[in-house]
Design a protein around this ligand. Structure first.
Ligand code: COA
Length: 317
């Protein structure tokens, strides 16, 4: 019977490159944006101890990996199973460690998961809620639209008093302030960023292209012309993940100007920009709870191609 152990990746002398490569492959298969140098950078951070991970091994090879990224009082954890044999045992041992002894100072853990095979992942998804951890679950949906250069999306007009602009002409601080306000007034409040500065940090990374090639033509903004001003009221940010495949990474419209058709016009503008660049498939992620956003995407032809849970643990008050 092989021995399973839990140990910090920092003190692990075995091969981390292989399980991290399998993990990046599993994430890309699901349409996630994974930076090209992610495997090497993560391996280095784990060895240096600037990123923390726990792992289980079978005969010296990594079977389960739990990577924790700490941001303030939040911990974003990802559980990956790199073997398909008895994955529940590995997962349970890692999650017991995480929830019984959360990283110091952590008030909330957002846990996502993946596995080397779709079947192992599916089994795990069903098993975790039965293990008695105090979790609540969000569901994320991946929505996809195929684009056809012979039938480009039409361009709905903006309401009077608004016009399109390139979002890159605004400093990231302004873009983040619209984004933060938009998400604060949505069912996804706090899901990605719970402070304005965290929002700005994430957008900075995204626009620098660290998750995929930032596509300026697929990233329109809308400004209000009221009072001769140039206030940013909404925007979309798009990345090209692989040639021909784009991720719509962010969609935001300021709360005070919603339901005027701005989101719809922005989305079509972005899709037309992506199509002109040769993109044939656009993907985005949305939570099932975000009924308004899902209605907008469905109206533009997106269909749900995948569903995934995010498990949330919160420290007792
Ligand atoms: C989702 C969001 C971008 C929509 O922007 P918007 O400018 O209000 O959207 P539009 O006015 O163009 O709406 C177009 C259509 O989408 C659907 N829709 C948009 N918001 C909706 C809502 N709250 N409830 C139900 N349907 C909605 C409707 O079909 C609507 O058409 P209608 O107004 O003629 O009924 C905006 O609510 C927002 O920024 N939300 C917070 C951030 C967010 O959740 N982003 C998406 C993350 S994946």
């Amino acid at each position: 019977m092989p021995i399973r152990r839990r140990e910090a990746a920092q003190g692990f002398s075995g091969d981390l490159h292989e399980p991290l490569s399998l993990l990046s492959h599993a994430l890309r298969r699901k349409g996630e944006a994974v930076p090209t140098d992610w495997v090497e950078a993560t391996e280095e951070s784990l060895r240096a101890g600037s990123m923390r991970a726990m792992l289980t091994t079978v005969d010296g090879r990594v079977a389960g990996l739990l990577i924790n990224t700490i941001r303030g009082t939040r911990c974003f954890s990802h559980l990956f199973l790199s073997t398909s044999g008895l994955p529940e045992e590995d997962a349970r041992s890692l999650l017991d460690g995480l929830f019984q002894e959360p990283p110091p100072g952590t008030r909330r853990i957002d846990l996502t998961l993946s596995a080397v095979s779709g079947e192992a992942e599916e089994r795990l998804r069903h098993a975790i809620p039965t293990w008695g951890y105090p979790l609540h679950t969000y569901e994320r949906e991946r929505m996809t639209l195929r684009l056809d250069s012979n039938a480009p999306p039409d361009q709905p007009p903006l309401p009077p008093g608004y016009r399109f602009c390139r979002v890159v002409k605004f400093p990231v601080g302004i873009i983040a302030s619209v984004d933060f306000r938009a998400f604060e007034a949505s069912p996804d409040r706090g899901l990605v960023a719970d402070t304005l500065s965290e929002d700005e940090r994430i957008l900075n990374e995204l626009m620098r292209g660290s998750l995929g090639v930032f596509v300026a033509d697929g990233s329109p903004g809308v400004v209000s012309e009221e009072g001769g001003g140039e206030d940013l009221m909404g925007f979309i940010l798009s990345l090209e993940l692989t040639p021909g495949r784009a991720l719509i990474a962010d969609v935001a419209v300021a709360p005070e100007v919603r339901r005027k058709g701005i989101g719809h016009a922005l989305l079509h503008r972005a899709l037309r920009g992506l199509l002109a660049r040769g993109v044939h498939e656009a993907t985005l992620w949305v939570t099932t709870a975000n009924v308004g956003a899902r209605a907008l995407y469905e109206r533009c032809g997106f269909i749900t191609t995948q569903r995934e849970p995010i498990y949330i643990w919160e420290a007792p008050p």
